[in-house]
Write a protein that binds this ligand. Structure first.
Ligand code: SF4
Length: 368
């Protein structure tokens, strides 16, 4: 069986049904795949629990699922994060990031159409969408390396641009995947379709909004192909969803010196967020030669965090996980393809607290 035939979860479920799976069998097999569990309930023999034809077919199906996402290389960081270069069945490559405390950042697209000017992934545009099973397959792959109890959709791609597949993956992980709904984090640059669909799902994830500036014109320059919604309207829609679910909005802000790190930005943001169910992650951009942006100095970064905190806004300073291994979103992939390495800090929970300092580069570690 060709793995590409199973790239979507609905096709996988249809395939199981065609081989005689009743709902109880399908649920057991899907759990077995995503949780690395047995194909039969505890204490039962899979050969007796499953219809014979299905038991035979499952070996082929499982082998095809294994081919959806394979490990190309591993890049351990200094902070217990680890970047993974993941090969898809057609030879495309995406990145996943193992995060401290059982988190995993997954990619939802190969490439990205939003074109954020500080992001390597955005440079190539969209190469292709990932199927919902390819997104879940990154979780399965990661679970073979360490336990995963939280999944953030903040890797390569804009989840709102692949909405059906991402919502299907979220629903799957929140039902068969053993992951709490609040531990699934949908990240977006802001898209009306996402704000409409998220509240309708059976599994409602937490929400992260990559805002980066409160200024409409500046945002259009930094995120040139993001949907044109006014920043204030974006924040209002995102806070409304967060308050309906009870999970705080995570507002992401990549800091570029002299561009979006002014006191005026902090004042506007504080006015919008005061009293709302939201927190801000400030992410100093990680400078690498060849890009025009600068990372704000520590004093400026801390001053902004203090300004927000003193205005009553929960604020964290964050650093990209795996910075020490060319860790920005898209850089591993670019290196693997032999492209020149630029600089990027993708927004997202590939973002965790790290000490400041110029990262060292660590060579690619190939996986046999
Ligand atoms: S930062 Fe995210 S949304 Fe922007 S181009 Fe990169 S992957 Fe796309």
């Amino acid at each position: 069986m060709n793995p590409a035939q199973l790239a979507s979860l609905s096709t996988l479920e249809d395939t199981l049904a065609q081989h005689g799976a009743r709902p109880v069998h399908a649920a057991q097999l899907l759990r077995a795949w995503v949780q690395l569990a047995s194909t039969a309930p505890r204490g039962q023999d899979p050969a007796r629990f499953l219809p014979r034809a299905l038991h035979t077919a499952w070996h082929q199906i499982a082998a095809a699922l294994d081919g959806l996402a394979t490990l190309q290389s591993r890049h351990p960081g200094e902070d217990s994060s680890e970047r993974l270069l993941v090969r898809l069945c057609d030879g495309q490559a995406v990145e996943s990031v193992l995060l401290p405390r059982g988190g995993l950042c997954v990619s939802t697209q190969a490439g990205c159409a939003v074109g954020c000017v500080f992001c390597m992934t955005g440079r190539d545009g969209l190469l292709r969408q990932l199927g919902s099973a390819e997104i879940v397959a990154q979780v399965v792959l990661a679970r073979r390396l360490r336990a995963v109890g939280k999944v953030v959709f903040m890797g390569m791609g804009e989840p709102a641009h692949n909405l059906d597949a991402v919502l299907e993956a979220i629903n799957f992980l929140g039902t068969h995947g053993g992951i709490a709904h609040k531990s699934l984090v949908f990240s977006t640059v802001g898209d009306a379709r996402a704000f409409e669909r998220l509240p309708l799902g059976r599994v409602k994830p937490a929400l992260a909004l990559s805002l980066h500036t409160t200024k409409s014109e500046l945002r259009a320059q930094l995120l040139p192909r993001a949907p044109r919604m006014e920043p204030a309207a974006l924040v209002e829609a995102a806070c409304g969803y967060a308050e309906a679910t009870g999970y705080p909005l995570q507002l992401q802000w990549t800091l570029l010196a002299g561009v979006n790190d002014g006191d005026d930005e902090a004042a506007t943001l504080a006015a919008w967020l005061r009293g709302r169910h939201a927190m801000v992650n400030l992410i100093p951009w990680n400078h690498i030669d060849g890009m025009p942006w600068q990372r704000p100095d520590t004093g400026r970064t801390v001053a902004l965090a203090r300004a927000l905190k003193s205005a009553g806004v929960l604020t964290r300073l964050r650093w990209s996980a795996g910075q020490d291994v060319d860790g920005g979103c898209g850089q591993l992939r670019a290196r693997a393809l032999g492209a020149a390495v630029g600089a990027t800090d993708a927004p997202g929970e590939a973002l965790i607290a790290r000490p400041a300092g110029r990262p060292a580069r660590i060579p690619l570690v190939s996986v046999a």
